[in-house]
Ligand binder design. Structure first.
Ligand code: SF4
Ligand code: MG
Length: 319
């Protein structure tokens, strides 16, 4: 079955991780669903839905969202200092989320906080539970954020660039921790990053965003080993191997990411794409290629499968 999807729509299977590759957003707010960059004012072109148990997270009321948040779904962000209150202890903050959704007593909440800190690998959790965020290292704060996010066993964890601010070693530890916790809890994860190395490590499925649109999706193996979209190809070409260096910049491709306020016509990638001649007829600049998916696999590009096979052959040989 071939299905053309306009905009962005995806569902995540239980216990799986969807990696979303795209430009880092800025000015993320913890208080609303800017989570996927979908609600940034400069991303308003995006239409779509994010279904959690049949409920579209992009249209639920703020109140309903408040109920879901922390309970059914939780989020972690890059900037743990901005997300944690400096005036409350780590234990109070983990405990508060727990109490809000379970009605547990303060004492029970504290015990739960210690349990969660243990789970995320904080040493001496029964002591550190009374620390304030500034007493934790960056890596420990990110662990505490994860503890807070998972305290109510959410079905969905949205992690928006959660490791970007950390050094590579700590980054890898956090990714390992998330994978372990996912094994244990079956939580589904949406992991947003510009870092393909992290995607290679953690994702089951991958969605590649360009200029506010989904340009390619598939399983990790499909997308990383047999990319269909020139943008994905460009991203991957800057990675020596899938297991190689982790720190891949977002724009190894000549040119700059498009303005979303005034996006390029047709295919938004066309000003930077080296295959427009092959498509010919000025089509790339005039006609937006639809995202064509077959069983969750596909891309949005005017190149034919035969053309891709020919032009992308060099790449395939290197993996
Ligand atoms: Fe490049 Fe054209 Fe494909 Fe866009 S549609 S990625 S410009 S070949
Ligand atoms: Mg974003």
């Amino acid at each position: 079955m071939v299905k053309a999807v306009d905009g962005l729509s995806f569902d995540i299977e239980k216990g799986r991780t969807l990696g979303i590759v795209g430009e880092s957003g800025s000015g993320k707010s913890v208080t609303n669903l800017t989570i996927l960059g979908l609600h940034h004012p400069d991303h308003t072109e995006i239409e779509g839905e994010i279904l959690l148990d049949g409920q579209d997270l992009l249209t639920v009321s703020e109140r309903e969202l408040e109920r879901l948040r922390g309970n059914k779904m939780a989020m972690i962000f890059q900037d743990s200092l901005a997300s944690l209150s400096p005036y409350h202890t780590i234990g109070q903050q983990i405990g508060e989320t727990y109490r809000k959704h379970t009605g547990a007593s303060k004492r029970e909440a504290r015990a739960r906080a210690v349990e969660m800190l243990t789970k995320v690998g904080i040493p001496q959790p029964d002591l550190r539970v009374d620390d304030y965020p500034h007493q934790f290292s960056g890596g420990m704060r990110q662990r505490a954020m994860i503890a807070m996010a998972l305290v109510c066993d959410p079905e969905l964890l949205i992690a928006d660039e959660p490791t970007t601010a950390l050094d590579v070693t700590v980054q890898a530890q956090i990714v390992d921790l998330l994978k372990d916790l996912q094994q244990e809890t079956g939580t589904s994860i949406v992991f947003i990053t510009h870092d393909l190395g992290v995607i290679a490590d953690i994702a089951d499925d991958v969605l590649v965003m360009y200029g506010g649109r989904c340009v390619e999706r598939g399983t990790k193996k499909e997308v990383l080993r047999a990319p269909q979209h020139p943008y994905t190809l460009g991203l991957l070409s800057s990675m020596p191997t899938l297991d190689g260096p982790v720190d891949v910049p977002l724009s190894p491709i000549p040119g700059t990411p498009p303005s979303l306020l005034n996006p390029p016509s047709g295919c938004r990638f066309h000003p930077r794409c080296t295959f427009t001649e092959q498509v010919g007829g000025g089509r790339c600049a005039s006609e937006q290629p639809p995202l064509e998916l077959t069983a969750g696999r596909g891309s949005a590009c005017h190149l034919t499968a035969e053309q891709r096979a020919e032009f992308f052959a060099d790449f395939a040989g290197t993996r």
